[in-house]
Design a protein around this ligand. Structure first.
Ligand SMILES: Cc1ncc(COP(=O)(O)O)c(C=O)c1O
Length: 364
């Protein structure tokens, strides 16, 4: 988890029997002394033995020591990105994790604290990393530091490689998960062998990988327009930039497929949102990937797939969107205990919701 509300969610999950006592609760994120997150973690620890705070900053340690509760703790290394050497990694410009000097200080502080055991080492090196070899190269400085730290801290036993595990966001996705795991275990084994320390248990934090395929967004093409632009415009009944901020902000791609007219000829097109914003287009402006859709646009529907991670955040759920476009209806698909699909429709925003969000009083 990453913030104080997550602690409350963990508590609800415990109450509902969804979080068995043998599961670790790994507490990432900033938790300075005096913050509600720090206090909430201490309360959760009273309920759950396996609550494991991961330290982002030295100032997060004193509240744990003062609590006199026994904690296994993790240390997060400042290593986001790609660094040719350990020295270069230490100069990285990242707000996450401890530089090497602070890391060793934190390890000493934990060793001296009677109620803390150094248990986990966290090295997160990026998100949506598309090459297995690149992923391993990014992790290598962290693995070296893990092994050195293990020589001094015999309680250390988990290497947490954090986020970064990619999800299929384009049709040519070919990341080989088995190969990645093989390369990671081999690297850990080689480096730990060199330092003469046991190999760790390996943990990952699968954000995008877990959630991206849980969401798709369906649109209708409301009009097709040929106005001498480089490609025909297909205008959708919603907004690309509001629905998928990462496509315009980070030039990210999603899997876009037609839902009907699949038997018709296809042509290369560009999509436009219904808003007034010139950036409300897809493929992203800097993209070289062509988008093909059916020539037939009468009642054409399309889907944006793999949108379950990190989208729809800017306006927030139930918030005000760009050009006051109301939030879409949601269709929840689940399976019952007999394996049958269950469907539930959650209403989107009405015009009234949008107007009231903006402060217009519609009732006198
Ligand atoms: C500490 C930490 N772990 C895991 C993740 C998930 O990353 P990803 O979506 O790349 O799996 C994040 C995302 O920002 C994070 O900050």
């Amino acid at each position: 988890m990453s913030s104080t509300v997550d602690v409350d969610i963990a508590r609800i999950m415990i109450r509902r029997g969804l979080l068995p006592a043998d599961r670790f609760i790994v507490c990432n994120g900033f938790k300075p002394a005096g913050s509600s997150y720090a206090a909430n973690i201490l309360q959760l620890r009273a309920l759950r033995h396996k609550t494991l705070p991961v330290i982002e900053d030295l100032s997060e340690l004193p509240p744990l020591v003062k609590s006199e509760l026994h904690f296994g703790v993790g240390l997060r290394l400042k290593t986001y990105g790609r660094h040719p050497s350990i020295e270069a990694m230490d100069n990285a410009n990242s707000r996450f994790g401890l530089d090497l000097d602070s890391l060793w200080k934190a390890a000493d502080y934990i060793a001296a604290a009677p109620n803390l055991d150094l248990t986990l080492f966290h090295a997160m090196v990026g998100s949506q990393i598309l090459s297995e070899e690149d992923f391993i190269e990014r992790l290598t400085p962290g693995i070296e530091i893990y092994a050195r730290m293990r020589q001094r801290a015999p309680t250390l036993r988990i290497f947490d490689f954090g986020g970064g595990m990619p999800a299929p966001m384009t049709l040519d996705f070919d990341f080989d998960y088995h190969l990645f795991v093989r390369l990671l275990l081999t690297k850990l084994s080689d480096v730990c062998g060199r330092y003469n320390v046991p190999v760790p248990d390996v943990m990952g934090e699968f954000g995008r990988y877990t959630t991206s395929e849980h969401g798709a967004h369906l649109f209708k093409i409301i009009t097709a327009k040929e106005n001498g632009s480089k490609l025909p415009w297909y205008i959708i009944d919603g907004s690309i930039m509001s629905s998928f901020p990462d496509s315009w902000a980070l030039q990210e791609h999603f899997i876009v497929l037609p839902l009907n007219h699949l038997d018709k000829p296809f042509q290369q097109v560009q999509l436009g949102g219904i808003t007034c914003d010139s950036d409300d287009v897809y493929p992203p402006k800097t993209s070289h990937s062509p988008l093909y859709l059916p020539v037939e646009t009468d009642d054409l529907h399309i889907g944006f797939f793999s949108i379950g991670a990190y989208q729809e955040m800017l306006g927030g759920v139930g918030g005000s969107k760009h050009c006051v476009v109301p939030e879409a209806y949601e269709l929840l698909i689940d399976r019952d205990e007999n394996g049958r699909y269950q469907f539930q429709i959650l209403p989107g925003q009405s015009k009234t919701d949008v107007l009231e969000n903006l402060g217009y009083q519609l009732t006198p």
